[in-house]
Ligand binder design. Structure first.
Ligand SMILES: Cc1cc2nc3c(=O)[nH]c(=O)nc-3n(C[C@H](O)[C@H](O)[C@H](O)COP(=O)(O)OP(=O)(O)OC[C@H]3O[C@@H](n4cnc5c(N)ncnc54)[C@H](O)[C@@H]3O)c2cc1C
Length: 358
């Protein structure tokens, strides 16, 4: 065998896994695109709010905290605010409770974000436990660690065929064939397609498109210290981004794996929901993009060996949490791949296992 571990996918999942694994064997990462993080990992809102998501996701994100805090300059303070209209009281309260935000008065909120619209904003809650992630720094740090430990990372290497090779696997790419003992499927939106190539039953992943608009700082204000703001029920969100503001309609449109782009109508409707809650109209869009948030059927990531297909390992379905959970998810993946005891709660490991579906 050429390698011990062959990882398909050069997003945050595949690269962080390579970093955690490369001390334990020969690792090769194959990425189809010209550069790493071309798809979901290059298009995120880059937030670390460990209370965001379902229980097992929160467990992974919380367990990632030590790594984030010790990684120089990867996190910077952001904070989170939820705003709701009078008729959204129940949803607002549920969101604020779930993510542990404290209700504050509209006056206090307008002292932080002066453009909140007093005619429509009836409820506001705030928390400081949310941070910006420098996603490029995080990913490049993992890539550096992987390469320093001997891992190879090949771009422009789409895997087009996968076959059994004795006890392991042989994959075909534009840059040649490679064999490995263990195959790690970290191919994001393409996870079921990659499984299909290997003759492994798909788990039913759904790529859900989410769009983003970048607009100039409202009113020319200094917005650098504004928190990320969510409309109650996640009907839109905004976040300062390098002097501008990104606003997302927060849609979840079912699609197929592809190089995603924003839908103009969805963007316009999302910007209208944002505009309703602020006093500064959107007059110009600087840029827009979209990415795919890929979920498993129960919206919990899938980390573990496929019990029906020896040597096939799933690291997929990170949904909207792939960065904030990456440090712990990659450590768990490496522990399972190398048969090392994990610090993660066994119940959480069971809820992440692909075997919950079959
Ligand atoms: C709009 C948006 C906002 C988000 N906000 C946040 C946030 O604030 N915080 C957070 O933690 N997460 C957020 N996320 C989620 C996060 O971006 C994803 O969970 C994460 O990037 C998924 O990483 P990945 O490596 O699994 O997938 P990807 O980055 O998509 O990587 C998979 C890679 O596999 C490659 N691949 C596929 N098939 C093959 C093949 N046959 N051969 C070779 N390579 C192949 C693809 O080219 C791709 O590069 C957001 C996502 C979106 C879209």
């Amino acid at each position: 065998m050429d390698y011990d571990f062959l990882i398909i996918g050069g997003g945050i999942a595949g690269i962080s896994c390579a970093a955690r694994l490369s001390h334990a064997g020969k690792v090769l990462v194959l990425e189809a695109e010209d550069a790493l993080a071309h798809h979901a990992s290059g298009r995120s809102a880059a937030l670390y709010e460990p209370r965001y998501g379902l229980g097992p996701v929160v467990a992974l994100s919380m367990a990632s905290g030590d790594y984030f805090r010790s990684a120089k300059d990867v996190l910077s303070p952001r904070g989170m605010m939820i705003v709701g209209q009078a008729h959204e009281a129940a949803q607002f309260e549920a969101d604020a409770t779930d993510m542990d935000l404290v209700p504050i008065s509209l006056d206090a909120a307008r002292a932080i974000v002066p453009i909140l619209n007093p005619d429509t904003v009836a409820h506001v809650a705030l928390a400081d436990h949310a941070w910006d992630i420098d996603t490029d720094l995080l990913l490049q740090g993992f890539a550096r660690q992987a390469r320093a430990q001997g891992a190879e990372i090949l771009t422009k290497a789409p895997v087009t065929a996968i076959a059994r090779d004795g006890a392991g696997w042989r994959v075909t790419t534009a840059q040649g064939d490679f064999s490995a003992r263990i195959l790690v499927n970290a191919s994001g939106a393409w996870a079921d397609m990659v499984a299909g190539m290997a003759g492994v039953a798909p788990l039913g992943f759904t790529p859900l498109r989410r769009s983003m608009a970048r607009i100039p700082a409202p009113g020319g204000l200094d917005i650098s210290r504004w928190p990320m703001i969510f409309g109650a029920g996640e009907t839109w969100y905004s976040k300062p981004d390098a002097g501008a503001l990104i606003v997302s309609p927060a849609e979840e449109h079912l699609t197929t794996p592809h190089d995603a782009f924003a839908d103009d109508m969805v963007l316009a409707e999302g910007l209208a929901r944002y505009e309703e809650m602020v006093t500064e109209p959107v007059t110009r869009m600087l840029a827009n993009w979209a990415g795919l948030r890929t979920f498993s059927p129960d919206r919990v990531p899938v980390i573990g060996f496929d019990r029906h297909s020896p040597g096939f390992f799933w690291l997929a379905g990170q949904g909207g949490y792939g960065f904030q959970s990456a440090p712990a998810a990659s450590q768990l993946a490496a522990d399972l791949l190398t048969g090392t005891a994990s610090a993660m709660d066994p119940d959480v490991i069971a809820t992440l296992s692909p075997n919950r579906f079959a």
